[in-house]
Ligand binder design. Structure first.
Ligand SMILES: [Zn+2]
Length: 453
């Protein structure tokens, strides 16, 4: 049986997830997972919080909590964010809760990573932000501007260019927490040369360990750059799946016939390139078979921003909103090919327009229901197309959502006696995108309360 191991990129546990996060890697994987299973194939979906990220440290400074407490608190918010949008995982883990995690991560890291650092990377003497009291500063507290595009940045990766910048090259840099100023102190770290076209970039593989040892140590003075340890994290997730479901191999093992799929934001693309290089280096593991990336989704024409409060948070989403319709709209307005905009008033009119149909449907008496072979043929054709668009190798969420929307648009032109058949077909077609339409809950929810204002 064709089997997939689906792994959306691990979110950083420094807050809940907003619609922009969900619309990118997570909703897509859930829709694929449901489609694969509906078509009698197997899919396992695994991810967890990316607890070694230095943004966890930043949040711990802001909230005066330990990094571990921050992880666990936000892990719960992230879980709620997924639940509120019916996004299901086989396992979504919080490594901060798992005392064995670091040990096991080292086990997989040591198998490949040491060799990778010694042979594929080079030592480079950089100038790194340093404070006499704190020691080397974590990237998340360094702010400044990108030397290439001028965009404001935090950390060592420019979100606009999607590339890493050496801290000494960040323009007008300053620390946002821990201290008021810093000096740039010489220190040697491991880097990997990455090239895109004629442009060559250095990608950071290790960082000088901060005083607060947070992350996976490489040696006494350096730790593995958080996203590089993603390599061991993925293998660890694969191992959990192997044990839980009795698979003969870890899905990342070269011998495994399970297809591995990753989904992630375009700003993480460079990180993925490094992870792929690490995978390629070892003898044992293979890299991802399918890579799905996305650009940014804007909110009313502006970037989602936690600091400016410009976001729709998924952990506290209004219960009145039917999640199926929100999922459908997000797929329709996706940012898979290029940046796109989630316009709230456009969503409200979309929602209310189609809700009207379902209220009308609820009022119908189906005693006279008949079935039409033309409608059946149309259903079979649509089902074939949706199945194709929601497979990992041929994923196109926009095209799949259009088929579902076209089906809803047919409603008004269909004779009342065939509307029951129409609805049954709609439930099947829309299931991967709108799983709640199948539940009895949906009927209960159809009421005038559902009109959004
Ligand atoms: Zn830039």
């Amino acid at each position: 049986m064709k089997t997939y191991f689906l792994s959306p990129i691990m979110p950083t546990p420094n807050g809940a997830l907003h619609l922009g996060h969900i619309a990118g890697p997570y909703l897509k994987m859930d829709v694929i997972r449901r489609n694969v299973i509906n078509n009698n194939m197997q899919a396992y979906c695994y991810s967890g919080v990316h607890f070694t990220e230095s943004f966890v440290l930043l949040q711990s400074f802001i909230e005066s909590m330990t990094p571990k407490e921050i992880c666990t608190k936000n892990y719960k918010k992230i879980l709620r964010s997924f639940e509120n949008l019916d996004i299901v995982f086989d396992e979504f883990v919080n490594p901060a809760d798992n005392p064995e995690f670091i040990k096991q991560l080292h086990f997989f890291s040591d198998a490949v990573f040491g060799n990778f650092i010694n042979n594929a990377c080079f030592l480079y003497e950089e100038k790194h932000p340093y404070d006499a009291t704190y020691g080397f500063l974590p990237p998340s507290i360094i702010c400044g501007e990108c030397p290439d595009c001028g965009t404001g940045m935090r950390g060592f990766i420019c979100e606009s260019c999607g590339v890493s910048i050496l801290p000494e090259n960040i323009k007008n840099s300053y620390p946002s927490h821990v201290c008021d100023t810093f000096e740039l102190k010489k220190v040697q770290n491991y880097f990997l040369e990455m090239s895109e076209g004629s442009k060559k970039n250095m990608y950071r593989v290790t960082s000088p360990s901060p005083k607060e040892h947070w992350g996976i140590q490489h040696d006494n003075i350096r730790h593995i750059n958080p996203y590089c340890d993603g390599f061991s994290y993925f293998i660890w997730l694969g191992e959990r799946c192997r044990e839980k479901y009795g698979l003969s191999e870890n899905p990342f093992n070269k011998e495994s016939n399970i297809d591995t799929v990753i989904s992630l934001g375009f700003d993480n693309k460079e990180i993925l390139d490094v992870i792929k290089r690490v995978f390629d280096y070892g003898e044992v593991y293979k890299t991802f078979d399918v890579i799905l990336d996305n650009h940014f989704l804007l909110l009313n024409g502006e970037k989602f921003s936690t600091s400016k409060g410009h976001a729709i948070w998924c952990d506290t989403l209004d219960e009145k909103i039917d999640k199926g319709f929100l999922r459908l709209f997000l797929l329709k307005e996706n940012a898979d090919i290029d940046a796109n905009d989630f316009n709230v008033s456009k969503f409200v009119s979309f929602y209310n327009h189609y809700m009207d149909f379902f209220m009308d449907y609820k009022a119908l008496n189906h005693k006279e229901a008949k079935s039409s072979s033309a409608l059946k043929r149309q259903y079979i054709e649509s089902k074939k197309k949706i199945t194709h668009h929601l497979m990992p190798e041929s994923y196109n969420g926009k095209k799949a959502s259009k088929i579902v929307i076209d089906w809803m648009d047919m409603y008004l032109s269909i004779e009342d006696t065939y509307k029951k058949q129409w609805f049954e077909s709609f439930k099947e077609l829309s299931n991967p995108i709108m799983p709640t339409v199948l539940s009895g809950d949906f009927y209960k929810r159809i009421s005038n309360d559902l009109i959004l204002v």
